[in-house]
Design a protein around this ligand. Sequence first.
Ligand code: CAO
Length: 416
Amino acid sequence: MSKPLEGIKIIDFTHVQAGPACTQLLAWFGADVIKVERPGSGDVTRSQLRDIPDADALYFTMLNSNKRSLTLDTKTPEGKEVLEKLVKESDVLVENFAPGALDRMGFTWERLSELNPKLIVASVKGFSDGHHYDDLKVYENVAQCAGGAASTTGFWDGPPTVSAAALGDSNTGMHLAIGILTALIGRGQTGRGQKVAVSMQDSVINLCRVKLRDQQRLDRVGYLEEYPQYPHGEFTDVVPRGGNAGGGGQPGWVLKCKGWETDPNAYIYFTIQGHAWEPICRALGKPEWISDPNYATAQARQPHIFDIFATIEEWLADKTKYEAVDILRKFDIPCAPVLSMKEIANDPSLRASGTIVEVPHKERGSYLTVGSPIKFSGLKPEITGSPLLGEHTDEILAELGYSKDQIAHLHAARSV
Ligand code: CAO
């Protein structure tokens, strides 16, 4: 099966999570992704949170599959020369260094496009260029706080809360991948590369647009009827934290099932979708609620929505989360069990679809990783293990035209 990005060469000058998540995705779809790493140490995640002494950590292996690794000290003259050769032969350079680091290395946008006018230079930064915080180094949770996610996540009586989902990192990488693919199509039209920049703050804001919707509704009417604060609680002039309430027009909540006292994930998410009210009442054995004016409309239900959830929890008390969903699915009620990472790791459907995959690794043995969440009719991405540090250095240097002696000299000078 041919891969759509075959023939696209990418210099992967990324580290930690935001950049590597982007280039890994492009590698799955066929691009030749060359991860450029500092000799001796490499990407810091190789050694962060190790579970096996001296072997690459899962943090690294799960974000760098399908890539090749080239060690290169781009601060030495020889290292710069290798990078320049690579730039001339590549389609894309992706980086997520601290602001100004690439410029300090001597590889400004002007210099890179002079070396290769067709090159696309793609960057992740914490804040966008010109922003009053554009000098800051940024990690995941910083971006979640700066992008509006933290102020709107959690419970009203608790502090701003960050999500476990990598809204700042992997999400930004996905945005950058879209930018790169767009620039590649643009290059087909103009023959020229361009600079593509995505900030972590902007990427979080993009996912928080429903909260900006709510801010404007709150400004206009002073309350938000789908939040738990309505109608009994207080609203201030900012979007509050809504606990586990649904983000759209459908009230929902995380509800206890059988075993919740000992199992931290014995819960389901239950959504009270307006037009599903009748089947919900039938499923719960409460047919009298269908025509009761206190329950019949969403507006009538909202003042006592938590009493309704409490009644549903009584119904759930003798059912496991799986049994409950099996009953509710027959009534077309949108719901799902709250799944632990252990359950996700062992889920046969996720294994069958290639979303959770086991891949071999030269040092670790096999490990689990997340495969492509994007499914195609004409492409089944094959996930391979991540490269060892510098595993492909000699091979890549030879492809660039370096002789065996020259490669030996680069090693001796510690430039690769
Ligand atoms: N050869 C020589 N030098 C190299 C090199 C190589 N192959 N690779 C990196 N370096 C150098 C850089 O040039 C930089 O040098 P200077 O500081 O002298 O310019 C230095 O290594 C450190 O780079 P850095 O500042 O990017 O790394 P850091 O660990 O201090 O900061 C991070 C990490 C992530 C906070 C920062 O890179 C950043 O803010 N990136 C942008 C936002 C981002 O992507 N954050 C998400 C990270 S995922 O959670």
